[in-house]
Design a protein around this ligand. Structure first.
Ligand code: MG
Length: 421
C-alpha cells in the first residue's frame, strides 16, 4: 500500500497557522510581485476566486467578501513544508517528497490493516504539531493513492483520510467519480483527446485496452491505466536526482534603469545561490549572470545581457562567486534600457565529492571555514545578518513587490510571533 499526504490549500494554511483569526475567512496568497492568485482557502474558492486570476481583476470581490490577501512568503512555506515532512517521517520512514506540499508514503512494511488508523493519527499529529491540515489517500499504487487523496479532500465524510475500497464494485464506483482529466499524469491535453474517445472517468481509462493506449498515446498513458488497475509501475523515488544547475532570479517590483540597482539585485541572487549551494554540500564549476528588459513592452528597446565564466577550482564560496558575478554584470551592462528581471545561475555542480588535487590550496580551506562561520551566524541571527556590502543596505525599487507579506515566523528571531498574556 502507498499513501499520498497532501496539505490542504497549503500556502493559505501556512498563513493561518500563525494567525488563527483567519480561520473561517477567505484567504488568498498572491504570486511574486503580487501578480496572480496562487493559493486559496476553501472560503475563497467558495466565493468564486479562480486559481491564477490576476489580483487586479479580483479587487472588487476581495472587497465585497473581505478577503484576506497575502503576498507569497516562500521562506515561511519552505520551513513549514519541512516541518510537515519531519512530522510524517516520525511515523513512516519510507517517504518521497513529491512537491512542497505532497509526500508519498510506502506503507507496505507496516501491514495493511493499520493503514487507515495510522494515517488518521498522522493527520491529527501533523495538525497538532504544525497547524497544517492535510488529507491522505491510501491505495495499492501511487496513481490510485493520488486519486484516493482527491476523494479524501472532496468528501467530508472521510475526515481527511480515504482508503480505496478493495472490493470491485466499490472501487469501480470510486474510480467512476473522478474525471479522467483529474487523473495523475493525464492533464488537460490528454484529457481532451481521451474524452473524444469516450473515456470520461478514471474507471473508463482503467478499462481501456492498454495496447491501444500505448499505440494512440505512449507508454506513460499505458502505465497510468495499469496503475489505475492496481498494477504497481512506479515505486517511491527515494533520492531526487542531483540537480544540474541552481538558479536564483526574480522580476523587479519596478523597472530598473541604473547600474547600481541592477548590480545590487545580481549580488543578492549570487549570495543566495552560493548559500543554497553550501547548504546542499555542493560546489559549482560555473557561474552565469543574466538580465533582461520586459519583452511585453514593445514600446521600449529590448536587451538581454549576461555571460558565463568557469570557476577553477569549483567552489561554493560567496566572495568568489560574487566577484565573478559582478565582473560579468559590469561587462554585460548597457545603459539606456528598462530592466525587468535579473538572475544568477550556478552550473557544473558536484555534490559530496572532495575537491582534491592540483588547485586545492590553503586559501581554499581558509575560505571554507569563513563560509561555515558566515552560515552559522546567519542561521542563528537570521538570514542576511552578515552579508557582502554589494548586496546593498536599503530597500530598493528592484526588490519584489510584497505589500501584504506576513512575517517569517519560523526562521527569523526578529519576526517571532508574540503570545499576549
Ligand atoms: Mg495541496
Amino acid at each position: 500500500m502507498y499513501a499520498l499526504a497532501d496539505c490542504n490549500n497549503f500556502y493559505a494554511s501556512c498563513e493561518r497557522a500563525f494567525e488563527p483569526r483567519l480561520e473561517g475567512r477567505p484567504v488568498v496568497v498572491l504570486s511574486n510581485n503580487d501578480g496572480c492568485v496562487v493559493a486559496r482557502s476553501q472560503e475563497a474558492k467558495d466565493v468564486g476566486i479562480g486559481m491564477g486570476e490576476p489580483a487586479f481583476q479580483c479587487r472588487d470581490r476581495f472587497d465585497r467578501h473581505q478577503v484576506v490577501v497575502r503576498s507569497s512568503n516562500y521562506t515561511l512555506y519552505d520551513d513549514m513544508s519541512r516541518r510537515v515532512v519531519r512530522s510524517i517521517s516520525e511515523f513512516v520512514p519510507d517517504i518521497e517528497i513529491y512537491s512542497i506540499d505532497e509526500v508519498f508514503l510506502d506503507l507496505r512494511p507496516l501491514g495493511n490493516p493499520v493503514a487507515t488508523s495510522l494515517c488518521q493519527t498522522i493527520r491529527d499529529r501533523v495538525k497538532q504539531w504544525t497547524g497544517i491540515p492535510i488529507s491522505i489517500g491510501i491505495a495499492p499504487t501511487k496513481t490510485l493513492a493520488k486519486l484516493a487523496n482527491r476523494i479524501a479532500k472532496k468528501d467530508p465524510t472521510t475526515h481527511g483520510v480515504f482508503q480505496l475500497p478493495k472490493n470491485d464494485p466499490d472501487r469501480a464506483l470510486a474510480l467512476d467519480s473522478v474525471d479522467v482529466g483529474d487523473v495523475w499524469g493525464v492533464g488537460s491535453r490528454w484529457g481532451a483527446r481521451l474524452r473524444g474517445l469516450g473515456v470520461r472517468s478514471a474507471l473508463d481509462l482503467a478499462r481501456m485496452p492498454v495496447e491501444d493506449l500505448r499505440k494512440r498515446f505512449n507508454v506513460v498513458a499505458q502505465r497510468t491505466a495499469l496503475e489505475l488497475r492496481g498494477v504497481v509501475c512506479q515505486d517511491l523515488e527515494d533520492v531526487a536526482p542531483p540537480r544540474k544547475t541552481l538558479v536564483r532570479s526574480r522580476s523587479f517590483g519596478d523597472m530598473v534603469t541604473n547600474f547600481e540597482q541592477l548590480s545590487e539585485a545580481v549580488a543578492n541572487h549570487a549570495v543566495r545561490a552560493a548559500e543554497k549551494l553550501r547548504s546542499e554540500g555542493g560546489t559549482a564549476g560555473q557561474v552565469s549572470v543574466f538580465f533582461s528588459t520586459n519583452r511585453f513592452r514593445d514600446d521600449l528597446p529590448q536587451y538581454h545581457g549576461g555571460g558565463t565564466v568557469e570557476l577553477l577550482p569549483a567552489t561554493a564560496s560567496t566572495p568568489i562567486i560574487l566577484r565573478e558575478a559582478m565582473r560579468l554584470t559590469r561587462f554585460a551592462w548597457r545603459q539606456g534600457f528598462h530592466y525587468k528581471k535579473a538572475g544568477v545561475m550556478l552550473g557544473d555542480l558536484s555534490f559530496g565529492e572532495i575537491q582534491g588535487g592540483l588547485f586545492n590550496t590553503q586559501d581554499h580551506e581558509h575560505d571554507d571555514r569563513l563560509m561555515a562561520a558566515l552560515d552559522e551566524v546567519n542561521r542563528k541571527m537570521g538570514a542576511g545578518t552578515l552579508r557582502p556590502a554589494a548586496t546593498g543596505v536599503t530597500a530598493k525599487g528592484w526588490r519584489m513587490k510584497r505589500e501584504h507579506c506576513s512575517p517569517k515566523y519560523t526562521t527569523s528571531w526578529r519576526e517571532l510571533p508574540f503570545a499576549k498574556t
